[in-house]
Design a protein around this ligand. Structure first.
Ligand code: FES
Length: 289
């Protein structure tokens, strides 16, 4: 049995918690004693994430067909490319002119290159995705109770992985994008016809709303969000509002993994939907008043 020691006391932290010390891992020669197919999950993760990276790279470099009035792809929102040109072409819908100075091109250096820094940074540093790609891409380690294949394991305590701590700041930036995409979802019900604006409902309207809901769910179920809402408190009883919010966020947080996947598919499928409608492959079924 490992010896039990006592952690040094912290101010206002209550009685010290016992902790274990000694050899952190059992000395077992076998790579693992697991009998189940523990490689399957990392393989599936590898395949799905690779497919997403390929698709998003293609879309990031291909700056066309990201708008099908009134829908805009989440990869290209807010519209940074020539706001004036955009407004002249599609009507002045959700175009922030103050962003038009950013240099963009139709291919390779597209508006998506600027925009995707935030959602990709947010997902790349996400606690769940970190586990997923450490296991599937770096095999470090591939699963619980399976030996680390690399000679040395320093976790996230050193450069470059210590940079993962910026996750919280990407969370804040992600909230800004969520607000913009929510605005886009509302715009998805406003069609521009014959020089006027008309309320309308199309399949794309629902696609944009679903995407916004999923992205909000992803952000609100984030571990950083949970800490921002309920962390650094000694007494929940003195902060009933934060306690209530923390319990709501905690319930969402339990589902963070499935939400992470569904919202990833959601954002890619939303872009694909706009792409197909914009390029004429698919006709958006809609009703306009
Ligand atoms: Fe996954 Fe923050 S932990 S988004």
């Amino acid at each position: 049995m490992l010896p039990v020691t006592t952690a040094p006391p912290r101010p206002n932290a209550g009685p010290p918690a016992p902790r274990l010390s000694g050899s952190p891992r059992a000395k077992i020669a076998a790579k693992t004693l697991r009998k189940d197919n523990y490689k399957r999950e990392p393989l599936i993760t590898f395949a799905v994430l690779t497919a997403f990276v390929i698709y998003s790279t293609f879309r990031a470099f291909y700056g066309k067909h990201y708008f099908a009035e009134p829908y805009i792809s989440p990869f290209f929102s807010p519209p940074l490319s020539s706001a004036v040109e955009h407004a002249a072409k599609y009507g002045n819908i959700g175009v922030p002119p103050h962003l038009s100075w950013l240099p963009t091109t139709e291919y390779v250096f597209t508006p998506a290159i600027w925009i995707l820094v935030i959602p990709l940074g947010f997902r790349f540093t996400c606690y769940y995705y970190r586990k997923a790609y450490y296991r599937s891409f770096w095999q470090s380690p591939p699963a619980c109770a399976v030996a680390e294949p690399h000679g040395k394991y320093t976790g996230e305590t050193r450069f470059p992985l210590i940079i993962q701590n910026v996750h919280r700041y990407f969370w804040y930036l992600g909230l800004v994008l969520n607000c913009i995409l929510t605005y886009d979802a509302v715009e998805g019900f406003i069609f521009h016809r014959d020089g006027g604006t008309h309320f309308g409902i199309g399949l794309g309207s629902f696609v944009l709303v679903a995407n916004a809901v999923l992205l909000w769910s992803y952000s609100l179920s984030c571990h950083s969000c949970r800490h921002i809402v309920g962390g650094r408190l000694n007494h929940f009883s003195k902060h009933p509002v934060r306690y209530k919010l923390w319990t709501w966020v905690g319930k969402l947080n339990e589902k963070h993994m499935p939400i992470a996947w569904v919202s990833l598919f959601g954002v890619a499928l939303t872009d694909l939907y706009v792409y197909l409608v914009s390029s004429g492959v698919f006709s958006d079924p809609h009703w306009i008043s």
